[in-house]
Design a protein around this ligand. Structure first.
Ligand SMILES: [Zn+2]
Length: 64
């Protein structure tokens, strides 16, 4: 697995990061609300996080 911050190979104690520094970077991003940093890093995808409710899932049971 590659470090999500700098893409280097992850190291066990800091998994999934490569170092404490990268883990720190990720943590501070979380604390600040993630992608709300103006002019921050590049390549942050917001749409890939939490899966929303699936409306098509329940229809199957009620329709019978
Ligand atoms: Zn790293």
């Amino acid at each position: 697995m590659a470090c999500p911050i700098c893409s280097k190979p992850a190291q066990k104690p800091y998994s999934p990061f490569c170092s404490r520094r990268c883990a720190d970077v990720d943590l501070s991003r979380w604390l600040k609300g993630g992608y709300a940093i103006p002019g921050g890093g590049a390549g942050e995808d917001e749409g890939d996080g939490i899966p929303g409710p699936n409306p098509g899932e329940n229809n199957d049971l009620e329709d019978r």
